[in-house]
Design a protein around this ligand. Structure first.
Ligand code: COI
Length: 331
């Protein structure tokens, strides 16, 4: 058995080698992202492992089928850049890593919320210029707030336990309800109800078509004045122009964002002194009450190790048994 892994970064390589040695299976690491131009490198291999944010084009899978490869394993959770119909057509199995570290995402979301509530960016910039006064940057306490969690999957639930630890009240919404949360009576029936009650809204839902711009003008208008918004899921969930309007009006008091709807070409790139050519992004980026990280919530040693090794486990399982623990349904 031989597996080829595309888009392998230096920080992933030791985990890939560790898996290779433990499993006695050859894994070829390719630094470049997977495209139709380099899929020919996969000829002679039994499975393909990949991670990238750019869309995977149809031609990749046509070639995989030609080479007799029917095992395709992602190292991440999101499957929104994979053409399901093409995989179905060529009978290619798809897996993801749904739980490489829910805590990694949850911990950054809470960290940024706390920084916003405690006015860390404002104090930092004041103190850098020698101003050590308190006012006007009075803080808010999370234990006095209600956090609205949209999406109660693994990451949403990991975030909930952290918010609980701070003593916050919780209110949740999900179309697929979790039994434990149901028992605790934390669900509301509509998003509107959640918007009405929440002082903080945190998004943990996937990038499905129906979720496109779920936070738009209408949604913001239903929220409490001075609400805080957290998005550690997918940029497309928020209409960024609506968010800017809501920040301008004070409807939204602050936002913690690890994603942005047009982030490909902005994040995980060293821009040096070059300005970013995206006025909407720059508008958000230049605000003290908006904390942006470059989709780096997943970037912990624990998560990266799990992403590499669980993806390889899935791929091996596809090759050996035709199925895998994290098989993604293509329906
Ligand atoms: C995912 O796992 O889908 C993510 O959003 C993290 C990715 C940047 C590795």
């Amino acid at each position: 058995m031989k597996i080829i892994a595309y888009g392998i970064r230096d920080d992933e390589l030791p985990y890939l080698k560790e898996w290779e040695e433990k499993n006695k299976i050859e894994v070829k690491a390719v630094q470049d992202l997977l495209t139709t131009d380099n899929i020919d490198l996969a000829k002679g291999f039994d499975g393909v492992v990949a991670y990238q944010q750019k869309p995977y084009s149809d031609g990749i899978f046509e070639k995989m089928n030609e080479y007799g490869i029917h095992a395709f394993s992602l190292r991440n959770v999101g499957v929104d850049n994979v053409p399901f119909e093409t995989l179905r057509k060529f009978n290619i199995n798809l897996s993801n890593v749904p739980a490489y570290s829910p805590s990694a995402i949850a911990e950054l979301s809470v960290t940024q919320l706390m920084a916003l509530l405690r006015r860390i960016p404002e104090f930092e910039s004041k103190m850098k210029s020698g101003d050590f006064r308190w006012a006007p940057d009075i803080a808010l306490e999370l234990n006095q707030m209600t956090v609205g969690v949209i999406g109660t999957g693994r990451i949403g639930r990991a975030a909930m336990s952290l918010f609980k630890g701070f003593g916050a009240k919780l209110v949740c919404y999900d179309v697929f309800r979790n039994l434990e949360i149901e028992k605790e009576g934390l669900y509301v029936d509509t998003l509107e109800e959640l918007y009405k009650q929440a002082d903080v809204i945190t998004l943990h839902v996937p990038a499905l078509k129906d979720n496109y711009h779920m936070l738009n003008d209408e949604a913001f208008s239903q929220m409490k004045d001075g609400v805080f918004i957290l998005n550690y899921s997918r940029g497309m969930l928020i209409d960024s122009e609506s968010l800017i309007k809501a920040l301008d009006s004070g409807k939204v008091a602050g936002a913690g964002l690890d994603t942005y709807e047009n982030e490909v070409g902005i994040f995980d790139i060293d821009h040096g002194s070059q300005a970013i050519d995206d006025p909407i992004f720059n508008n958000l980026y230049n605000r003290e009450n908006v904390m942006i990280t470059p989709h780096s919530a997943f970037y912990t040693k624990t998560a990266v190790k799990n992403m590499v090794q669980i993806a390889l486990d899935n791929n091996k399982s596809f090759i050996e048994k035709g199925t895998a623990e994290n098989l993604v349904s293509l329906d």
